[in-house]
Unconditional design. Structure first.
Length: 499
């Protein structure tokens, strides 16, 4: 990797210190980064190389666990860091950047380059154009772009055009860090490495599917970004729908980037578009409100005190294809909920006849498969078992696998290391292709438009520490379905209101 340079735009930002640098350090420890490689941080802050190294070194003490950080190794890694102060929005700095890259890559024609856009989304369209103008969009270079890719369908299409004018599609890596999670990838292994589930994985045996990705934190210091984005752009249009695709996709006939991404795009194309009353009936949005000593969303720094930005979204999706027709997918995401959990729950249909007594004769006991993406990464299956003793009493029990039980496996990282490594290796399989971004936006864009055009569309206030608006439960009731909530509300639920 002697001539390899990774350039991080947004080098003094949150993502760089929390995720990217720890990920690069873990690749360094695993000898996935070696030789005379360099990481060049780029942003407006005026650091020297030394100051930047000191800053990152301090951050690593905060964001890398002590047991995963030997001081000597850390300092070896830090020595590969460099810094260039420039305003990524302005063309003039890119000439200096080119000179710096020549120096770091030890060649007049640096080509083994990886750009990472960890900047505010408003710069996603600007940086590639400046790179192109400065001749830095070389054939061997790659570029990773964070989400949200676009603000709506129109801007995503426009961004794709900009990228296509500067890079070939195989050089563009639209990152969705959920796909870098081991457990998200394990959905594929679970489905396609085991022959026994495939015959059951369809409308005949599956009643409905839930996809949940909720957090017990608020928006922290990201008010400025979040108030413009909202949960639909931040989580649903990318992370959640990507998890839906993993569950719903057809088995690719080969496991490579093209075949895999073709199947993902087909799922997005099969989503039944919302129309008419669907927007009000199949989508629920909410915003967290103060409870106890926790402030509400509108009190957060950087947020408009009258903001109607959603911090919670639940919706019912239909996938119109032969495998899934008639099987609803219920998805939800929210900030300030009782716990942090990302999981997929597949609810199978009930046995046609209940002939035993016990728990399962008084309430439905269908089989339920839980794919836990985080935390407690693993898989659990609920099945009915006979209670020992006389008669035939049947009760539900859980067959549970947890990743912690794999003694010979490394701890699970958060996905960034794996994805950056894939990009360095030139493997785009786990990144979003341009057509999939547009197909996903095509589905979600009308919801945003509906909210924009109907200022009075329901926005429910849910107290911090609850499972979101009660209307999200109602969303499932016509199907006699219920969200799987791993714990109870933490807050007095009398505070619910409409905003
Ligand atoms: C990010 C969102 O993409 O994902 C954040 O911008 C969210 O708002 C985060 O908190 C959740 O990721 P994870 O890996 O912590 O579940």
């Amino acid at each position: 990797m002697d001539n390899f340079v990774m350039v991080i735009f947004g080098a003094s930002g949150d993502l760089t210190k929390r995720k990217l640098m720890p990920a690069l350090f873990s690749l360094f420890k695993d000898k996935r980064l070696y030789g005379r490689f360099s990481v060049l941080g780029v942003s407006r802050t005026a650091y020297t190389d030394e100051e930047y190294r000191r800053y990152i070194s301090e951050q690593m003490h905060l964001f890398v666990k002590a047991e995963e950080r030997k001081e000597e190794e850390l300092q070896e890694f830090i020595a590969h860091l460099h810094y260039q102060s420039l305003d990524p929005a302005k063309a003039e700095g890119y000439v200096g950047l080119r000179e710096r890259l020549k120096e770091l890559a030890h060649t007049d024609t640096p080509d083994n380059l990886l750009y990472y856009l960890a900047t505010p989304p408003s710069l996603y369209g600007v940086v590639p154009q400046h790179l192109k103008a400065a001749g830095l969009n070389t054939k061997g270079s790659r570029i990773i772009v964070e989400k949200p890719f676009g603000y709506n369908l129109e801007s995503a299409v426009e961004l794709n055009h900009i990228y296509a004018s500067a890079f070939e599609e195989h050089q563009v890596y639209r990152i969705d860090h959920f796909l870098g999670k081991e457990t998200a990838q394990n959905v594929l292994a679970f489905r396609f490495a085991n022959g026994i589930f495939e015959p059951l994985w369809n409308r005949r045996y599956i009643d409905y599917v839930e996809v949940t990705a909720v957090e017990n934190l608020g928006i922290e210091s990201r008010g400025g970004f979040y108030d413009q984005a909202g949960a639909l752009r931040d989580m649903v249009q990318n992370h959640l729908i990507q998890l839906v695709a993993l569950v719903a996709m057809e088995p690719p006939s080969k496991f490579n980037a093209d075949y895999f991404r073709n199947e993902v795009a087909k799922v997005y194309d099969s989503l039944r578009p919302f129309s008419g009353t669907d927007f009000a009936e199949h989508v629920v949005r909410g915003q967290y409100i103060a409870a106890g000593d926790k402030k509400g969303y509108r009190e957060e720094q950087g947020v408009d005190p009258l903001s109607r930005t959603e911090t919670f979204v639940a919706m019912r999706l239909n996938i119109d294809n032969w495998r899934w027709s008639g099987v609803p997918f219920y998805i939800r995401t929210g900030k300030q909920m009782p716990t942090k959990v990302t999981e997929i729950v597949v609810h199978f249909k009930e046995a046609p006849l209940q002939m035993f007594r016990g728990e399962c004769s008084v309430r439905p006991c269908p089989n339920r498969l839980t794919l836990r993406i985080a935390p407690n990464e693993g898989i659990a299956m609920k099945i009915g078992m006979k209670v020992p003793g006389s008669g035939f009493n049947v009760r539900q029990v859980s067959m549970d696998f947890s990743y912690d039980e794999l003694v010979d496996a490394k701890p699970i990282t958060d996905g960034y290391a794996r994805l950056i490594d894939d990009c360095i290796q030139g493997d785009p399989t786990l990144f979003t292709r341009s057509d999939a971004t547009e197909a996903s936006w095509k589905f979600f864009d009308p919801i945003l438009k509906y909210w924009q055009e109907h200022g009075d569309a329901h926005l429910y206030g849910y107290p911090v520490g609850t499972w979101g608006p009660r209307e999200s439960d109602k969303l499932m009731h016509d199907h006699k379905a219920e969200w799987t909530n791993p714990c109870k509300n933490l807050t007095n639920t009398d505070l619910y209101c409409e905003l």
